[in-house]
Design a protein around this ligand. Structure first.
Ligand SMILES: *Cc1c(COP(=O)(O)O)cnc(C)c1O
Length: 361
């Protein structure tokens, strides 16, 4: 098992230490004689888990006091629906930057609930994709919010600047980049992330929302996704995904022990640089993202000869490198290298890639 590296985009690998701890306390948690998933979410034991997880996340991201942290059902896409229903009325307009599959999905879903306009798109110049910067002058100050996705998981494109939106609240889908690098939460109106890439098991999502945006919802917003209601009930208006919340808490503790987000940022930069260097060193592998926009979490690459794709996949699987097949709409390969992926995984992958070139190049 230990020499398998799992590059799945999501649900993604979790830190080995976290999985071992979860296994050790699976049946008999804290001496209670049952699992943490078998106790009431209202018990003092679980509330302690929930509060600690929130505090650790707040510490990791230095979340200011005037922001609420919610643990929600429904993953990333749940928030595609929750954000427009919480932050705007049906007659209002909101802006969406569209530079890949997920931001496009968010824009499409938003259109069910309000006037969703595209303000900003990715472009391709000389074969390389990037996103022209967004200035406040581009953004109508009447928009209810400006939504973007800083890391497009499928295309492997990361935006390293903040859209300038003036007074319009900036909303970010950080599903695949949260906790991978330092951010200034105070620049955002709302941040959300489905858990299954960098936080924990799927189904859970984390929402960090500025308190003045909590209570802007229309009357028809379902209560279980209504931010004000969720905040009032400490994310326990309905039964929360307790086991996922507990596991997220273990991941936050693991991150703190590793030196927090600053330490992760450093390692993640080294991991990504190692793989991109391998891609750039040979004409055998190609990457079509502008160097300033290459994702450090999802490295997408193509074989110059796509007829070798199937062989690359089967040989890499045999070499213990799991799930490198790219998303069906992009093709090629994708290595997802979230926080839990150790540097050794990148060494194993690049050794395999270089060896594959020697044999088939
Ligand atoms: C995975 C992902 C989602 C979707 O998450 P679900 O939990 O499947 O709804 C949304 N946005 C981004 C950026 C993602 O990577």
């Amino acid at each position: 098992m230990s020499d398998i590296y799992n590059f799945c985009a999501g649900p993604a690998m979790l830190p080995a230490e976290v999985m071992q701890q979860a296994q050790a306390e699976f049946i008999n948690w804290q001496g209670l004689g049952c699992s943490v998933m078998e106790i009431s979410h209202r018990s003092k034991e679980f509330i302690a888990v929930a509060e600690q997880a929130e505090q650790d996340l707040r510490d990791l991201l230095s979340v200011p006091d005037h922001y609420s942290v919610l643990f929600a059902h429904g993953g990333g896409r749940g928030q595609f629906s929750a954000v427009p229903q919480n932050l705007a009325h049906a007659q209002q307009s909101a802006a969406y930057l569209v530079n890949g599959s997920w931001s496009e999905g968010a824009h499409k879903e938003g259109g069910k609930y309000l006037n969703a306009q595209v303000v900003g798109r990715s472009v391709v110049e000389q074969g390389l994709a990037y996103v022209p910067k967004i200035q406040a002058a581009d953004v109508d100050q009447d928009f209810a919010f400006y939504h973007y996705c800083p890391n497009e998981t499928v295309e492997g494109m990361e935006i390293n600047w903040l859209p300038e939106t003036g007074k319009v609240p900036l909303v970010a889908d950080m599903s695949s980049c949260i906790l991978s690098k330092q951010i200034d939460v105070s620049k955002f109106g709302l941040i959300y992330a489905g858990a299954q890439k960098n936080i924990g098991p799927s189904g859970l999502s984390v929402v960090i929302v500025r308190n003045d945006l909590l209570d802007q919802a229309r009357d028809t917003t379902p209560s279980f996704m209504h931010y004000q209601t969720m905040a009032k009930f400490q994310s326990m208006y309905n039964t929360p995904p307790t086991y996922a919340w507990y596991l997220a808490g273990l991941v936050f503790k693991w991150l703190k022990a590793k030196g927090g987000v600053a330490a992760m940022e450093k390692i993640n930069a080294q991991k990504a640089a190692h793989l991109y260097k391998c891609i750039d060193n040979s004409d055998f592998y190609l990457n079509h993202i502008h160097p300033d926009y290459r994702s450090r979490m999802n490295v997408v690459f193509h074989l110059a000869n796509p007829e070798l794709d199937a062989l690359f996949i089967s040989e890499s699987e045999k070499a213990g490198l799991r799930a490198l097949k790219g998303h069906r709409i992009v093709g090629g390969m994708r290595a997802s290298i979230y926080n839990a992926m150790p540097f050794e995984g990148l060494v194993a992958l690049t050794e395999f890639m270089n060896e594959f070139v020697r044999r088939h190049g």
